[in-house]
Design a protein around this ligand. Structure first.
Ligand SMILES: O=C(O)CCC(=O)C(=O)O
Ligand SMILES: [Fe+2]
Length: 349
């Protein structure tokens, strides 16, 4: 169901507002939760999750700490630049989620990647997306690391709770995705995001975040109260119809990623989304959950039949993620000269 509302740019175009299903994680009626979640997963793969157990205080602290980090001078942030393991700061335009439409520049956002902390001398640090994080100095941002690590852990618990409902909705046993080889040792990536106030203009390829679907299993998204996220349920429609997903206080917006779409043989949907900025800066906190590096993502037993054979060959999580990062992120060599700071130069639009 959708309602209509004015576009935030004051442009006299009418944009729909999506009303997504709300899943209450503290609810005692599992049957009802599973059925509501299943309907959302079949329809668009986006839903709200409430009563997830992460306190308002912690959420506020994560946003406050994120604002403080992005408010540092660019020279300080560049000292925390992302490394080859995709940990650390990503400057404006680092990511270009929709290369076809973003002809002049990447996303008008900066970000900060924090993965699961794995010490350099741990054998798991050989994996492409495991290793130590890049942390700001304690005296520059006191309590920052502690706050992010706490949130990281709790968000993973929420993701595991959601994964139980997803398993049931797919007629799998409740802990199917929580097995050691899937979410037992996952790739879980916290990403702080800051969109500057630059007004988006799709006709010129200017977006807060270009149209994309997420790569992984599921994403938990917390946003401030500034609108911007839009979804397109039918990417093949001409013209495409975009609907706002409005912030709901205390709720996560949860969306399914392409890996789950693939796993479920396209029965569950990973939907195209983007961020349109209306002139106000915006902060959001994404938490991307993917299975273990070695996990073979292969059509689930309950999603295949003679009439519906697997649509994709099996693929390892690490291979899939590698391909998707490559397609959408700036190569590190871009930052290796003193031209570092010129990454912030505005393209001519
Ligand atoms: O900031 C948002 O609202 C969405 C971010 C997003 O879609 C992403 O980072 O994948
Ligand atoms: Fe996304």
């Amino acid at each position: 169901m959708t309602m209509e509302r004015e576009s935030i740019n004051g442009v006299p175009e009418v944009t729909a507002v999506s009303t997504l299903n709300v899943i209450d994680l503290s609810g005692s009626d599992t049957h009802r939760s599973v059925s509501s979640l299943k309907q959302a997963c079949l329809d668009c793969g986006f839903f709200y999750v409430i009563n997830h157990g992460i306190s308002d205080e912690l959420m506020k602290e994560v946003f406050d700490q994120s604002r403080k980090a992005f408010a540092l001078p660019l020279s300080e942030k560049m000292k925390l630049l992302k490394n080859e393991k995709h940990r650390g700061y990503t400057p404006l335009f680092d990511e270009r989620l929709d290369p076809v439409n973003q002809l002049n520049a990447g996303d008008y956002k900066e970000g900060y990647y924090i993965g699961i902390e794995v010490p350099e001398d741990d054998p798991r640090a050989q994996e492409p997306y495991y290793g130590p994080n890049v942390w700001p100095d304690e005296d520059v941002l006191p309590g920052w690391r502690q706050c992010m690590e706490k949130y990281h852990q709790l968000a993973l618990d929420v993701a595991k709770a959601v994964s139980r409902l997803i398993a049931l909705a797919l007629d799998l046993e409740i802990e199917y995705f929580n097995k050691q080889e899937i979410l037992g040792e996952p790739i879980a990536i916290l990403r702080l995001l800051h969109y500057e106030g630059r007004v988006s203009d799709p006709s010129k390829g200017i977006y807060g975040a270009g149209a994309h679907s997420d790569f992984g299993f599921i994403t938990l998204l917390a946003t401030d109260d500034v609108s911007g996220l839009q979804i397109c349920k039918d990417k093949d429609a001409v013209p495409q119809k975009w609907e706002y997903v409005e912030p709901v206080k205390g709720a996560f917006v949860v969306n399914l990623g392409d890996m789950l779409e693939r796993w479920s043989n396209c029965i569950f949907r990973s939907t195209l989304h983007r961020v349109i900025i209306g002139g106000q800066e915006r902060y959001s906190i994404a938490y991307f959950v993917l299975p273990n590096h070695n996990c073979l993502v292969e059509c689930l037993p309950t999603c295949r039949s003679e009439e519906n054979p697997p649509k994709f060959p099996p693929i390892r999580c690490r291979t899939y993620l590698g391909q998707r990062y490559e397609e959408t992120h700036a190569n590190l060599s871009k930052y290796q000269t003193h031209a570092d700071l010129s990454t912030q130069e505005r393209p001519k639009t």
